[in-house]
Ligand binder design. Structure first.
Ligand SMILES: Nc1nc2c(ncn2[C@@H]2O[C@H](COP(=O)(O)OP(=O)(O)OP(=O)(O)O)[C@@H](O)[C@H]2O)c(=O)[nH]1
Ligand SMILES: [Mg+2]
Length: 205
């Protein structure tokens, strides 16, 4: 195991309504984690931060709030933002609107939001509602980076060809997607490196 690049992680705020969202910090870049319900957003955050801070669960719809985690890197302080899951079929239309209202309120005018990590289940690739999510994030003017989850469900010898076939199918991603498994703790050194490099790159706007 290489030395940890992301340290001193802590939960900063849990926000259930737009009114509870905390203001952006001066010089504190934010990276949000989005994706379908149950794809493994909270598990990935715990693995990346090296601490069990986010609640995970087997039933989709575990995270209902926008959760802000603050951590240190060699590139400075940043926030990782856990978003509620998208597209949970059993949710009512009202709840879906609620998701959109909360997440829109978070993204609107959020200049410190540098990147949305879009988590995609490695077994399925981008499904219809993943593509809708990508279009929506793009319309909000945000950068997307795809990270695959639950790779332990696919034989390791097939990781590269599987990833390449998803890339060929097309997607928005700032860079070549990283393949991870929170269960087996794989891919997180690469992901932490990506984040530090990304934070070190001056923003062009
Ligand atoms: N096999 C496997 N299971 C995983 C992995 N990551 C997460 N899971 C499981 O998937 C389920 C959902 O994980 P969460 O991290 O709560 O997912 P989430 O995207 O935060 O879900 P919501 O908050 O409901 O949107 C849990 O039962 C996890 O244990 C992984 O890498 N491999
Ligand atoms: Mg969650």
């Amino acid at each position: 195991m290489t030395e940890r690049l992301i340290t001193n992680a802590r939960l900063e705020a849990t926000c259930f309504t737009p009114g509870q969202l905390i203001p952006q910090g001066i010089n504190i870049p934010e990276i949000a984690v989005a994706g379908r319900s149950n794809v493994g957003k909270s598990s990935l955050i715990n693995a990346l931060l090296g601490a069990k801070l986010a609640k995970t669960g087997q039933t989709p719809g575990k995270t209902r709030s926008v959760n802000f985690y603050r951590a240190e890197t060699p590139a400075g302080t940043f926030r990782l933002v856990d978003l509620p899951g998208y597209g949970y079929a059993k949710r009512s239309k009202d709840e879906r609107n609620e998701w959109q209202r909360l997440v829109s309120a978070y993204m609107a005018g959020r200049e410190s939001l540098r990147l949305v990590m879009h988590l995609v289940d490695f077994r399925h690739g981008l499904l219809k509602n993943d593509r809708e999510l990508q279009e929506w994030i793009r319309a909000e003017g945000k950068n997307i980076f795809v990270v695959f989850t639950k790779a332990d469900k696919i034989a390791k010898g097939k990781w590269r060809s599987t990833r390449d076939s998803y890339i060929r199918d097309g997607m928005y991603s700032h860079d070549v997607p990283i393949v991870t498994s929170a269960e087996k703790r794989e891919g997180f050194d690469a992901l932490a490196k990506f984040i530090v490099n990304f934070l070190n790159t001056p923003q062009i706007s």
